[in-house]
Write a protein that binds this ligand. Structure first.
Ligand SMILES: [Zn+2]
Length: 498
């Protein structure tokens, strides 16, 4: 082993995987997220080392050439890369000339053991920081998580359940007030398909991760007794999905553009070929990002969100045609920013395509009509997808069309200083519950999604949670630090009668 480390340059691999591991240690990404980047980085380093060794006719100098190339890849601009490539070529030519004519022994063989030592120390430092900050424990937890064993379907009567989660889709009255959009055609379309639409629905949380963590735990976040603050892990450790598994459901989910809210513990994870935001974050520090975006447009900007949306629809169609008993959760990244589609489903123009409110350079008076057009397209496509799903899965199929929270009210210039905290909780909620009329009532809240469905169809007796709104003390301030606000849509009277 020590002879191998003294004679074979392994350090390019160490230097290539180090940024992946270091980024992982700093983040709360799932361990599954780093598998592909590690494979790519390792392959790249090996290829560069072998190619470099052939060019300079020395495996020791091949390692040096590989490291030079890896550094060049991290250049932030193509021009810088070009200069570095020229430099590497020039150095290689000088080295070849020196070797041929001067036969000077410049001790190339000493570079390899020294490089391997440096690479080893680098990985050791990352490993120590991973142990100190809890990353190792978190990775072990990810790898050893045990979901409930799926039983054969408990009864022939159990319906397939399909949940369509449209990120940040606003409630009807807010759509009217903020975007001057009359969404009644969509709701009439849903009602014609057997949906009950909740006019006064609320999400209990103001962002995706918190809402999903509470939905899958069927509990409010401050009430949970857990030893960590990671909403990503709370989403994966889902008691709700374990109940469904024990009764025979196969859990289908799709890869969301935001990896921290992707349900990686699903039995079938659909669309996982798409690049994750963790991978794009790694690539963004290299020239490979722009290169990849040129070759594969689906890896960047609006095209990426369009690809995720298309894939979410495909995943829904796939799960609806499965012969097994299915519970599917399909997370659509629209109408959350960026704006993606125009009324025909083509991509919107460049200036409308900001991923954050701050990225948008056009006034709200231009965003609002584009938002309405996208919604009209999305509504049409959703009704078609629901029709197809019901046709494939059967008339007894349960379908929920909902959002995880309301709109980004700071889109409007007049709201920048005083965003409406309540608006962010006004979500979309419509449920098609065959055999059960008005199961969720007029003021549905997200935390009660699974208790409502399971108590109605799975013969469970799960407690209904209070309909409060949990406003973070600071944005993303952890699962215990919320101001609990009363739900203005649930009066004391109606709460007593529940
Ligand atoms: Zn969201």
């Amino acid at each position: 082993m020590s002879r191998l480390l003294g004679s074979v340059p392994v350090y390019p691999v160490a230097l290539a995987v180090a940024p992946v591991l270091a980024t992982y240690v700093e983040s709360d990404a799932s361990v599954a997220t780093i598998t592909r980047p590690l494979l790519v980085a390792t392959t790249l380093a090996v290829v560069l080392t072998v190619a470099g060794a052939r060019v300079v006719q020395s495996r020791h100098l091949g390692g040096v050439a590989a490291v030079a190339s890896l550094i060049a890849l991290r250049a932030s601009a193509i021009a810088q890369l070009a200069w570095l490539v020229l430099l590497v070529v020039a150095v290689a030519m000088v080295v070849r000339w020196l070797r041929r004519y001067l036969t000077v022994d410049f001790a190339a063989h000493r570079i390899t053991p020294a490089g391997n030592l440096v690479g080893g120390v680098l990985l050791l430092i990352i490993a120590i920081s991973a142990m100190v900050n809890g990353t190792v424990a978190r990775a072990i937890d990810d790898l050893t998580r045990v979901t409930a064993v799926r039983a054969p379907p408990a009864s022939d009567e159990l319906p397939d359940i399909h949940i369509l989660l449209f990120d940040s889709y606003p409630r009807a009255d807010v759509l009217g007030r903020v975007f001057a959009h009359d969404n009644s055609e969509f709701f009439e379309g849903l009602e014609a398909r057997g949906f009950d639409v909740s006019d006064r629905s609320r999400s209990n949380y103001a962002n995706t991760a918190n809402t999903l963590a509470s939905v899958f735990n069927m509990a409010h976040l401050p009430d949970l007794d857990v030893d960590h603050q990671s909403t990503r892990r709370l989403i994966q450790e889902s008691p709700a999905l374990d109940i469904a598994r024990r009764l025979g459901y196969v859990i289908h989910a799709n890869q969301a553009p935001w990896d921290n809210v992707t349900l990686r513990s699903a039995d079938v994870l659909c669309g996982s070929a798409l690049p994750t935001d963790f991978e794009l974050h790694l690539l963004s520090r290299t020239v490979l990002h722009d290169l990849l975006a040129t070759i594969v447009p689906e890896t960047d900007g609006t095209e990426r969100f369009a690809a995720y949306t298309d894939t979410a629809f495909e995943c829904l169609a796939d799960s609806a045609t499965s012969p097994e008993l299915v519970l599917s959760i399909n997370h659509f990244p629209v109408p959350h920013l960026p704006l993606v589609f125009d009324r025909h489903g083509d991509l919107v123009s460049e200036e409308l395509a900001g991923e954050e409110v701050d990225d948008l350079s056009v006034p709200f008076s231009r965003i609002a009509p584009a938002y309405r057009e996208q919604l009209a397209y999305l509504n049409r496509r959703t009704l078609e997808a629901v029709d197809d799903a019901i046709a494939a899965a059967g008339d007894e199929t349960v379908v929920v069309v909902m959002s995880d929270h309301g709109p980004e009210s700071s889109l409007r210039e007049d709201y920048v200083d005083a965003p409406d905290v309540h608006e962010r909780f006004t979500n979309l909620f419509a449920a098609r519950t065959p055999g059960r009329t008005d199961l969720f009532g007029d003021a549905a809240t997200t935390v009660n999604l699974f208790p409502g469905l399971f108590n109605a169809y799975l013969d469970t007796d799960l407690p209904e949670q209070r309909p409060s709104l949990f406003s973070p003390v600071e944005p993303f301030s952890g699962i215990e630090r919320f101001d609990e606000l009363p739900n203005p849509d649930v009066s004391a009277q109606s709460r007593r009668s529940q």
